[in-house]
Write a protein that binds this ligand. Structure first.
Ligand code: PHE
Length: 469
């Protein structure tokens, strides 16, 4: 067999994996999801899930991927055909996340130009401008397509040359700009209320939906539960320390999410905005904040949206890569054909998603396409995908094989192996099951229940036809 392409360097892998993890999930989704779910209590549950479940699942994905040096589907299928569906479910998640992610990526790209065009000149209209923009039936589509084209170009070029370079250059820039925003926000009068909202848990706010939202956010933000980190791990050299890599990526991702929260909430409270402002949060708060900064404002704002676009890109290329790797490895497509065919379908899904924000297009149980794709993936497919992976690793693979793979045949130390194994084999699957059942139950009160049940049904159908996949 031909030798699998490897990452150019260790730092290259970490930047690419962190690039996948750090994206719109941290900077766009985390703040508004925390706001919607009551703030501090959500953040606390989220952090517990990241440490206990997120890190362990990431390590499991790296291990399973590198073990067979096969991407998501192959890593399952080569062990047991009955498990193929768990990999294919990940490919489906990739499609569905790419059915709305490029819409938001397109907004970020558009905002680079909107800021240059003088968006900040009139701070009072920034909020309305966002609403008018995303509900427009055509203009966001143009930006979405431009954004998708950037993805196509990067993924068509292959792993180490394309993805790695993009990540290495612009991730650190994003981090620095977020720090600037956070400092500015914290110095505004009334800012401390925002910090309290974010970090002082009000335990009465915790219920089944909040806990499921926190679990889903942990999976989404860390790029877990859909084979992405399996695929990236499959390109990783046998010498690398998987534990250390998983720890670094998890820590970086969490740091950026918290930093984004610190950049957003103090400013929001200072401006008297609602914490549950929804998906518009970064696109409204950040420009408003920069508008306050005088002459330097627009320059920082342009840099912020460029960096946000690039952070989104390094994530969406990893999503696209899961689908592309599946088509290349399992369906024998050429890379170009795989990229073009999958991106075309994603573009169609994105059109539905974008139009749904203006109230146009089909609905499922009263929910528009954008929210359906988000609900299915974030609340159901990723968490269940992570659960299936843990069951697969814990019950279908041999403990000794996992040990050998993680420790590179005993050369890398991992003292907590026993704890990790117990988490993966028992604790994580049971926890996810309980959280999902409770979350879906609660979903019937808020209207999202039926869509989530459809998600479960899709998984069941996939499992039933697994051998044919
Ligand atoms: N983690 C990415 C983000 O936070 C999104 C993503 C999810 C990427 C799943 C790959 C797989 O934006």
């Amino acid at each position: 067999m031909e030798k699998r392409e490897n990452w150019g360097s260790k730092i290259g892998f970490i930047m690419a994996a962190a690039g996948s993890a750090v994206g719109l999930g941290n900077i766009w989704k985390f703040p508004f999801t925390a706001g919607d779910n009551g703030g501090g209590a959500f953040v606390l549950v989220y952090l517990i899930f990241v440490a206990l479940i997120g890190f362990s699942v990431m390590l499991t994905e790296f291990t399973v991927g590198r073990r067979k040096q096969l991407a998501a589907v192959g890593a399952f299928k080569s062990v047991d055909r009955r498990w193929t569906f768990a990999g294919v479910l990940g490919v489906l998640s990739g499609f569905l996340i790419m059915g709305f992610y490029p819409v938001v990526g397109g907004w970020a790209l558009a905002y680079v130009f909107k800021v240059m065009g003088g968006l900040l000149n009139n701070p009072a209209t920034i909020g309305d401008a966002f609403g008018t923009f995303i509900t427009n039936p055509t203009i966001p589509l143009i930006w979405m397509v431009l954004y998708l084209i950037l993805n196509i170009v990067i993924v068509a070029k292959g792993v180490s040359s394309g993805i790695e370079k993009a990540g290495k250059i612009l991730m650190p820039l994003l981090f620095c700009i977020l720090i600037v925003i956070a400092i500015k926000g914290l110095t505004l009068p009334g800012a401390m209320e925002g910090m309290e909202f974010l970090f002082k848990p009000d335990f009465s706010k915790i219920n089944g939906s909040v806990v499921l939202a926190a679990l889903g956010q942990a999976f989404f933000s860390l790029s877990l539960g859909m084979g992405c980190m399996i695929t990236y791990g499959s390109y990783l050299s046998k010498k690398e320390n998987l534990v250390q890599n998983a720890a670094i990526v998890t820590a970086m991702d969490t740091a950026v999410a918290l930093l984004a929260g610190i950049a957003m909430f103090p400013a929001m409270f200072a401006f008297g905005m609602e914490p549950a402002a929804g998906p518009g949060l970064v696109f409204v708060v950040v420009p408003t904040l920069f508008a306050e900064m005088g002459a330097m404002g627009p320059m920082f704002a342009v840099m912020f949206f460029i960096a946000l676009t690039v952070a989104a890109l390094t994530s969406s290329v990893s999503l696209l890569e899961v689908v592309v790797a599946f088509l290349i490895d399992e369906k024998k497509f050429t890379r170009k054909k795989a990229v073009f065919s999958s991106a075309s379908i994603m573009a169609l899904l994105c059109v539905l998603a974008s139009l749904s924000l203006g109230g146009i297009g089909p609905k499922l149980f009263g929910t528009g396409a954008f929210d359906v794709f988000d609900l299915l993936t974030d609340k159901i497919f990723l968490a269940i995908g992570g659960m299936l992976l843990c069951i697969f690793a814990g019950w279908r693979l041999k403990k000794e094989d996992l040990y050998d793979e993680i420790t590179s045949n005993g050369t890398v130390k991992f003292n907590l192996f026993g704890l990790w194994y117990a988490l993966v084999k028992f604790i994580i699957p049971i926890t996810i099951l309980i959280v999902a059942v409770n979350g879906i139950r609660q979903g019937f009160e808020s209207g999202s229940g039926p869509v989530m049940v459809v998600g479960i049904a899709i998984i069941a159908i996939f499992a039933a036809i697994s051998k044919k996949l």
